[in-house]
Design a protein around this ligand. Structure first.
Ligand SMILES: C[S@@+](CC[C@H](N)C(=O)[O-])C[C@H]1O[C@@H](n2cnc3c(N)ncnc32)[C@H](O)[C@@H]1O
Length: 303
């Protein structure tokens, strides 16, 4: 996708990221975010190994905009000495995180807290490692939110911001039916959707998305930026194929008024579970994407 990630949201309207969440199927969204984190675990493993340079043994990790906590659980696993707080505005996703923590015997170390940026930032405990994965872009004033978040980082601690990268590719340019280049055209529609989503956020403020500069303006010291590849070649296991279907179905649903009839027919074939040319059965489906992580530290003695 154009922003190097799946939005993981079930919003139906191309220009309506509203806080009217009545039509969101939370269980479905939780499943999808958990499935993606599982598929992308090798990539997240590389991210965490790299983050250890700045935070070898964090005592407290906060995953802000954690959803069902899929990445928070990976962080808990990677940092067995840490307490992990999964923070998100959405109650059903937090409940899911809490239930999973209990089920996996992690309830003493992983807790779920309701936090909606920017208003509830004070609810966050002072973190040695603050992780924001594809959540900051859901906040109207990203610069102000970062400045507020910087106050919740412990001295000597770090923030890791996952934003941007390269959109996912999963098919050859020519897939044997429809007009070649479908994925590039879908990316252009992603951009339109994303712009509409941002414009509809409360307090929406345009800003140059120069993350190192924004981290600096928040009073932090940017130390590194690196891009991580998720490179799963064909033939894909079932779970990764299911992820591809989820993603394409989500876009078909959101963009049905923005795509032409020919394009929709091609997408429908790709989504058809019994079509040999569909994503579930075709031998050539792969998953290649890149996600960029920016790290900044808060100077001072670690407590
Ligand atoms: C694309 S999902 C990413 C979830 C998770 N970080 C992951 O990588 O699996 C974006 C998350 O941001 C959360 N979010 C949206 N608006 C937010 C806000 N104002 N403050 C904090 N989180 C927010 C959503 O509820 C959702 O869980």
């Amino acid at each position: 996708m154009a922003h190097g990630h799946s939005h993981g949201h079930a919003h139906k309207h191309a220009h309506g990221h509203s806080h009217d969440t009545a039509d969101i199927d939370w269980a479905d969204m939780g499943d999808k975010l958990e499935r993606y984190a599982k598929i992308a675990a090798p990539m997240y493993g590389e991210v965490v190994a790299w983050l250890r340079r700045w935070v070898p043994e964090p005592g407290l990790v906060a995953d802000v905009g954690a959803g069902p906590g899929a990445v928070a659980f990976l962080l808990a696993d990677a940092f067995p000495g840490a307490r992990v707080v999964a923070a998100d505005p959405e109650g059903p996703l937090l409940e899911r995180a809490g239930e999973r923590a209990a089920r996996e015997g992690l309830a003493d170390r992983l807790s779920a807290v309701r936090v909606e940026l920017p208003d509830d930032v004070g609810q966050l405990p002072p973190a040695d490692l603050m992780w924001l994965g594809k959540s900051l872009h859901h906040v109207g004033d990203q610069g102000a939110a970062l400045a507020a978040l910087a106050q919740r980082i412990a001295p000597g601690g770090a923030i890791a911001l996952l934003e941007g990268g390269l959109g996912a590719r999963s098919l050859p340019r020519d897939i044997g039916f429809g007009k070649p280049g479908l994925q590039s055209r879908l990316e252009a529609v992603d951009e339109e959707w994303f712009a509409g989503m941002r414009a509809s956020l409360p307090g929406a403020k345009d800003v140059v998305e120069d993350w190192p500069a924004l981290l600096g303006a928040a009073g932090l010291r940017h130390v590194a930026t690196r891009t991580f590849l998720l490179d799963l070649p064909a033939p894909l296991p079932r779970e990764a194929r299911t992820h591809l279907v989820d993603e394409l179905a989500r876009r078909r649903d959101m963009y049905d008024e923005l795509l032409g009839a020919d394009e929709l027919a091609t997408i429908d074939r790709l989504l058809d579970p019994s079509d040999p040319g569909g994503l579930l059965l075709r031998p050539d489906a792969f998953l290649l994407l890149a996600q960029t992580v920016h790290v900044a530290v808060k100077d001072g003695e670690q407590g």
